[in-house]
Design a protein around this ligand. Sequence first.
Ligand code: IPE
Ligand code: IPE
Ligand code: MG
Length: 244
Amino acid sequence: MDYDNLPTFEVLPKHVGVIMDGNGRWAKKRGLPRYKGHVEGAKTFRKIGEFAADLGIKYITFYAFSTENWKRPKEEVSAIMDLFREYLKEALGRVEEDRKNGIRISFIGSREGIPADIRLLMKQVERIGRKEDRIMLNIAVNYGGRQEIAESVREIAEDVKKGRIKPSEIDMDMISSHLYTAGMPDPDLIIRPSGEQRLSNFLLWQSAYAEFWYSDVLWPDFTEEDFVEALRAYEHRSRRFGGV
Ligand code: IPE
Ligand code: IPE
Ligand code: MG
């Protein structure tokens, strides 16, 4: 980190979403295979995750793999899964440190289609951090906002069918409580590097009033300074939530 003293902020978002994009282009620019971009991107993820925790951001959600990313070449998908596996093992070896820092790691997204050994590691990582509550680090893997909403509707329909609830009782809070993010505040700020200005199916329901910050920097080049720039921009946003 290039900071002697950590920067301070007048307002800090409670929940930041980060769409980690641009790994492939980063590699292409250097004449490297795409997976090399993912290797570098994974390092940036660790760096920014730690920095956000140091700054005291309570909830941070990193978009790592979407339900649409399975469309990519098999080798690329398996390289991403390998990196994910490596990260999970590393997290299991760092239990004490994460406990000391009060970091809880959770995953949002569907477990379907994820290799069984990785699913087991995910479960273990979530288990060891379940009592921590200072920093909630969420990783969206095999995540799709529309898939998440559909799943939530399916669960609610089951509850209606079983007579547990009446259709008239279905409200926004009930839908929220069936999402992967149940119990978390909505994202206040969504950061997307790489020049794209779209959500790509990330936290659709939850982003209703999120502030967006975009940058042309490719994710592997993303620095703590870029993160601070996004937070500074957020400090000056005027959020009205439909009011005046
Ligand atoms: C983001 O980088 C990582 C994943 C979606 C898994 P990309 O791989 O999408 O990088 P670009 O957009 O092709 O540069
Ligand atoms: C969004 O990036 C998904 C992740 C960063 C995990 P994509 O690269 O998949 O999004 P599109 O295809 O450019 O919309
Ligand atoms: Mg991309």
